[in-house]
Ligand binder design. Structure first.
Ligand code: HEM
Length: 241
Protein backbone atom coordinates (compact mmCIF):
# COMPACT_ATOMS: atom_id res chain seq x y z
CA UNK A 1 0.00 0.00 0.00
CA UNK A 2 1.32 3.46 -0.88
CA UNK A 3 2.11 5.73 2.05
CA UNK A 4 1.09 9.26 1.14
CA UNK A 5 3.13 12.22 2.25
CA UNK A 6 2.10 15.82 1.74
CA UNK A 7 5.47 17.39 1.05
CA UNK A 8 3.82 20.40 -0.59
CA UNK A 9 6.96 22.54 -0.64
CA UNK A 10 10.10 20.38 -0.98
CA UNK A 11 13.36 22.34 -0.99
CA UNK A 12 14.31 20.96 -4.38
CA UNK A 13 12.89 18.51 -6.89
CA UNK A 14 14.56 15.12 -6.37
CA UNK A 15 17.20 14.42 -9.01
CA UNK A 16 16.68 10.71 -9.52
CA UNK A 17 18.81 8.87 -12.03
CA UNK A 18 17.29 6.52 -14.54
CA UNK A 19 18.70 3.61 -12.58
CA UNK A 20 17.12 4.69 -9.31
CA UNK A 21 14.62 2.21 -7.97
CA UNK A 22 11.00 3.34 -7.61
CA UNK A 23 10.33 5.27 -4.40
CA UNK A 24 8.30 3.37 -1.83
CA UNK A 25 5.81 6.18 -1.33
CA UNK A 26 3.70 8.74 -3.16
CA UNK A 27 4.97 12.28 -3.62
CA UNK A 28 2.70 15.29 -3.97
CA UNK A 29 3.92 16.78 -7.26
CA UNK A 30 1.21 18.90 -8.91
CA UNK A 31 -0.61 21.31 -6.61
CA UNK A 32 -4.26 22.11 -7.34
CA UNK A 33 -3.62 25.38 -9.27
CA UNK A 34 -1.20 23.56 -11.60
CA UNK A 35 -3.71 20.77 -12.22
CA UNK A 36 -6.62 23.12 -12.84
CA UNK A 37 -4.44 25.24 -15.14
CA UNK A 38 -3.35 22.13 -17.08
CA UNK A 39 -6.89 21.01 -17.93
CA UNK A 40 -8.31 24.49 -18.55
CA UNK A 41 -5.30 25.24 -20.75
CA UNK A 42 -5.83 22.00 -22.66
CA UNK A 43 -9.42 22.99 -23.45
CA UNK A 44 -8.38 26.54 -24.41
CA UNK A 45 -5.72 25.20 -26.82
CA UNK A 46 -8.20 22.77 -28.36
CA UNK A 47 -10.69 25.61 -28.98
CA UNK A 48 -7.91 27.90 -30.27
CA UNK A 49 -6.64 25.28 -32.74
CA UNK A 50 -10.09 24.46 -34.16
CA UNK A 51 -11.28 28.08 -34.44
CA UNK A 52 -7.85 29.29 -35.60
CA UNK A 53 -7.77 26.64 -38.33
CA UNK A 54 -11.06 27.92 -39.74
CA UNK A 55 -10.03 31.57 -39.41
CA UNK A 56 -7.12 30.75 -41.73
CA UNK A 57 -9.21 28.51 -44.03
CA UNK A 58 -12.69 30.06 -43.81
CA UNK A 59 -15.80 27.98 -44.43
CA UNK A 60 -17.85 28.63 -47.62
CA UNK A 61 -20.16 31.64 -47.54
CA UNK A 62 -23.56 30.80 -46.06
CA UNK A 63 -26.72 31.45 -48.07
CA UNK A 64 -29.31 33.97 -46.79
CA UNK A 65 -29.10 37.32 -45.07
CA UNK A 66 -25.68 38.22 -43.69
CA UNK A 67 -27.30 39.27 -40.40
CA UNK A 68 -28.67 35.72 -39.99
CA UNK A 69 -25.27 34.13 -40.55
CA UNK A 70 -22.46 35.25 -38.34
CA UNK A 71 -20.46 32.03 -38.43
CA UNK A 72 -16.98 33.48 -38.99
CA UNK A 73 -17.70 36.29 -36.55
CA UNK A 74 -18.68 33.73 -33.92
CA UNK A 75 -15.56 31.66 -34.63
CA UNK A 76 -13.40 34.77 -34.16
CA UNK A 77 -15.24 35.70 -30.97
CA UNK A 78 -14.70 32.18 -29.56
CA UNK A 79 -11.02 32.33 -30.64
CA UNK A 80 -10.50 35.62 -28.82
CA UNK A 81 -12.33 34.42 -25.69
CA UNK A 82 -10.20 31.27 -25.53
CA UNK A 83 -7.14 33.45 -26.23
CA UNK A 84 -7.84 35.50 -23.10
CA UNK A 85 -8.26 32.31 -21.05
CA UNK A 86 -4.99 30.99 -22.52
CA UNK A 87 -3.00 34.20 -21.91
CA UNK A 88 -4.37 34.90 -18.42
CA UNK A 89 -3.82 31.22 -17.54
CA UNK A 90 -0.19 31.52 -18.62
CA UNK A 91 0.27 34.60 -16.43
CA UNK A 92 -1.33 32.72 -13.52
CA UNK A 93 0.99 29.77 -14.15
CA UNK A 94 4.03 32.07 -14.05
CA UNK A 95 2.78 33.47 -10.74
CA UNK A 96 2.36 29.94 -9.37
CA UNK A 97 5.94 29.07 -10.33
CA UNK A 98 6.99 31.85 -7.95
CA UNK A 99 4.86 30.78 -5.00
CA UNK A 100 4.27 27.05 -5.62
CA UNK A 101 6.39 24.00 -4.84
CA UNK A 102 9.70 23.13 -6.53
CA UNK A 103 7.99 20.98 -9.17
CA UNK A 104 5.91 23.96 -10.31
CA UNK A 105 9.11 25.69 -11.45
CA UNK A 106 10.37 22.82 -13.65
CA UNK A 107 8.52 24.17 -16.68
CA UNK A 108 10.45 27.44 -16.66
CA UNK A 109 14.12 26.46 -16.69
CA UNK A 110 16.45 23.68 -17.81
CA UNK A 111 19.42 22.64 -15.63
CA UNK A 112 21.65 22.51 -18.72
CA UNK A 113 24.86 22.96 -16.72
CA UNK A 114 24.19 19.86 -14.62
CA UNK A 115 25.97 16.71 -15.75
CA UNK A 116 23.26 14.43 -14.35
CA UNK A 117 20.64 16.22 -16.49
CA UNK A 118 22.40 15.23 -19.72
CA UNK A 119 23.09 11.71 -18.42
CA UNK A 120 19.36 11.36 -17.85
CA UNK A 121 18.61 12.75 -21.33
CA UNK A 122 20.75 9.96 -22.82
CA UNK A 123 19.10 7.39 -20.51
CA UNK A 124 15.65 8.57 -21.56
CA UNK A 125 16.52 8.48 -25.27
CA UNK A 126 17.58 4.85 -24.82
CA UNK A 127 14.34 4.14 -22.93
CA UNK A 128 12.18 5.66 -25.68
CA UNK A 129 14.19 3.83 -28.36
CA UNK A 130 13.46 0.55 -26.48
CA UNK A 131 17.21 0.02 -25.97
CA UNK A 132 17.07 0.28 -22.18
CA UNK A 133 14.60 -1.22 -19.69
CA UNK A 134 15.09 1.57 -17.15
CA UNK A 135 12.90 4.63 -17.53
CA UNK A 136 12.74 7.75 -15.41
CA UNK A 137 11.76 7.28 -11.79
CA UNK A 138 12.12 10.80 -10.36
CA UNK A 139 8.96 12.45 -9.02
CA UNK A 140 9.18 15.46 -11.34
CA UNK A 141 9.33 15.56 -15.14
CA UNK A 142 11.84 13.43 -16.95
CA UNK A 143 14.55 15.55 -18.67
CA UNK A 144 13.24 14.93 -22.20
CA UNK A 145 9.79 16.04 -21.12
CA UNK A 146 11.36 19.16 -19.64
CA UNK A 147 13.17 19.99 -22.88
CA UNK A 148 9.91 19.56 -24.83
CA UNK A 149 7.89 21.58 -22.31
CA UNK A 150 10.39 24.42 -22.21
CA UNK A 151 11.38 24.57 -25.88
CA UNK A 152 8.09 23.63 -27.46
CA UNK A 153 5.25 24.33 -25.04
CA UNK A 154 6.52 27.41 -23.17
CA UNK A 155 8.26 29.04 -26.12
CA UNK A 156 5.38 28.10 -28.44
CA UNK A 157 2.77 29.50 -26.05
CA UNK A 158 4.59 32.81 -25.58
CA UNK A 159 5.02 33.03 -29.34
CA UNK A 160 1.27 32.53 -29.84
CA UNK A 161 0.40 35.14 -27.21
CA UNK A 162 2.74 37.77 -28.70
CA UNK A 163 1.78 37.17 -32.35
CA UNK A 164 -1.92 36.67 -31.44
CA UNK A 165 -2.23 39.91 -29.50
CA UNK A 166 -0.27 41.74 -32.21
CA UNK A 167 -2.94 40.62 -34.72
CA UNK A 168 -5.65 41.42 -32.21
CA UNK A 169 -4.21 44.94 -31.89
CA UNK A 170 -4.60 45.37 -35.66
CA UNK A 171 -8.33 44.70 -35.33
CA UNK A 172 -8.66 46.84 -32.21
CA UNK A 173 -6.96 49.66 -34.14
CA UNK A 174 -4.00 51.93 -33.45
CA UNK A 175 -3.83 53.22 -29.89
CA UNK A 176 -5.73 50.27 -28.37
CA UNK A 177 -4.08 48.54 -25.39
CA UNK A 178 -3.25 45.50 -27.57
CA UNK A 179 -1.67 47.72 -30.21
CA UNK A 180 0.34 49.67 -27.63
CA UNK A 181 1.59 46.50 -25.88
CA UNK A 182 2.10 44.20 -28.88
CA UNK A 183 2.08 46.44 -31.97
CA UNK A 184 5.89 46.30 -32.16
CA UNK A 185 5.67 42.59 -33.06
CA UNK A 186 4.22 43.29 -36.53
CA UNK A 187 7.24 45.13 -38.07
CA UNK A 188 9.45 42.45 -36.53
CA UNK A 189 7.93 39.93 -38.96
CA UNK A 190 7.44 42.36 -41.86
CA UNK A 191 3.75 43.10 -42.29
CA UNK A 192 0.47 41.77 -40.77
CA UNK A 193 0.07 38.95 -43.29
CA UNK A 194 3.49 37.62 -42.25
CA UNK A 195 2.33 37.60 -38.61
CA UNK A 196 -0.75 35.61 -39.71
CA UNK A 197 1.53 33.07 -41.42
CA UNK A 198 3.84 32.72 -38.40
CA UNK A 199 0.88 32.55 -36.00
CA UNK A 200 -0.52 29.71 -38.10
CA UNK A 201 2.85 27.95 -38.20
CA UNK A 202 2.99 28.36 -34.42
CA UNK A 203 -0.22 26.37 -34.17
CA UNK A 204 1.41 23.38 -35.93
CA UNK A 205 4.47 23.72 -33.67
CA UNK A 206 2.17 23.40 -30.63
CA UNK A 207 0.22 20.56 -32.27
CA UNK A 208 3.52 18.69 -32.79
CA UNK A 209 4.26 19.13 -29.08
CA UNK A 210 0.77 17.95 -28.11
CA UNK A 211 1.05 14.77 -30.21
CA UNK A 212 4.40 13.95 -28.58
CA UNK A 213 3.11 14.93 -25.13
CA UNK A 214 0.04 12.68 -25.32
CA UNK A 215 2.03 9.77 -26.76
CA UNK A 216 4.74 10.06 -24.07
CA UNK A 217 2.22 10.41 -21.22
CA UNK A 218 0.23 7.33 -22.23
CA UNK A 219 3.42 5.37 -22.93
CA UNK A 220 4.92 6.28 -19.55
CA UNK A 221 1.64 5.50 -17.82
CA UNK A 222 1.67 2.01 -19.30
CA UNK A 223 5.39 1.20 -19.38
CA UNK A 224 6.81 3.30 -16.54
CA UNK A 225 7.01 2.30 -12.90
CA UNK A 226 5.03 5.28 -11.62
CA UNK A 227 1.70 6.97 -12.24
CA UNK A 228 1.61 9.69 -14.88
CA UNK A 229 -1.89 10.61 -16.09
CA UNK A 230 -3.61 10.22 -12.70
CA UNK A 231 -0.87 12.46 -11.25
CA UNK A 232 -2.36 15.37 -13.20
CA UNK A 233 -5.74 14.51 -11.64
CA UNK A 234 -4.94 13.85 -7.96
CA UNK A 235 -1.50 15.48 -7.76
CA UNK A 236 0.36 12.39 -6.49
CA UNK A 237 3.16 10.51 -8.23
CA UNK A 238 2.81 6.97 -6.91
CA UNK A 239 4.77 3.79 -7.52
CA UNK A 240 2.76 1.20 -9.41
CA UNK A 241 4.43 -1.82 -7.82
C1 HEM B 1 -2.66 27.97 -28.74
C2 HEM B 1 -2.80 29.22 -29.09
C3 HEM B 1 -3.33 29.69 -30.43
C4 HEM B 1 -3.54 29.00 -31.59
C5 HEM B 1 -3.29 27.53 -31.85
C6 HEM B 1 -4.03 29.95 -32.56
C7 HEM B 1 -4.32 29.66 -33.90
C8 HEM B 1 -4.66 30.59 -34.86
C9 HEM B 1 -4.71 30.36 -36.27
C10 HEM B 1 -4.36 29.04 -36.93
C11 HEM B 1 -5.10 31.49 -36.87
C12 HEM B 1 -5.26 31.73 -38.37
C13 HEM B 1 -4.00 32.37 -38.91
C14 HEM B 1 -4.15 32.67 -40.37
O1 HEM B 1 -3.95 31.75 -41.18
O2 HEM B 1 -4.44 33.80 -40.70
C15 HEM B 1 -5.31 32.48 -35.85
C16 HEM B 1 -5.70 33.76 -36.07
C17 HEM B 1 -5.77 34.73 -35.09
N1 HEM B 1 -5.48 34.55 -33.77
FE1 HEM B 1 -4.84 32.89 -32.86
N2 HEM B 1 -4.13 31.17 -31.98
C18 HEM B 1 -3.70 31.05 -30.67
C19 HEM B 1 -3.60 32.05 -29.74
C20 HEM B 1 -4.03 33.34 -29.95
C21 HEM B 1 -3.97 34.37 -28.95
C22 HEM B 1 -3.40 34.24 -27.54
C23 HEM B 1 -4.52 35.48 -29.52
C24 HEM B 1 -4.68 36.78 -28.82
C25 HEM B 1 -5.74 37.51 -28.90
C26 HEM B 1 -4.91 35.15 -30.88
C27 HEM B 1 -5.47 36.02 -31.80
C28 HEM B 1 -5.67 35.76 -33.14
C29 HEM B 1 -6.08 36.74 -34.10
C30 HEM B 1 -6.37 38.21 -33.82
C31 HEM B 1 -6.16 36.10 -35.33
C32 HEM B 1 -6.57 36.70 -36.68
C33 HEM B 1 -8.06 36.73 -36.77
C34 HEM B 1 -8.52 37.27 -38.10
O3 HEM B 1 -7.71 37.74 -38.87
O4 HEM B 1 -9.72 37.19 -38.34
N3 HEM B 1 -4.61 33.83 -31.10
N4 HEM B 1 -5.02 31.90 -34.63
Amino acid sequence: MAIEITASKPAAAPQATAATAARPRSVYVYEAPVRIWHWVNMLAILVLCVTGYFIGKPLPTQPGEASANYLMGTLRFVHFTAAYVFAIGLLGRIYWALVGNAFSRELFYLPVFTRSFWQEVVAMLKWYALISREGHTGAGHNPLARIAMFGMFLFGSLFMVFTGFALYGEGEQAGSWADRLFGWVVPLFGQPQDVHTWHRLGMWYLVAFIVFHIYASIREDIMGRETVISTMVNGYRSPKE
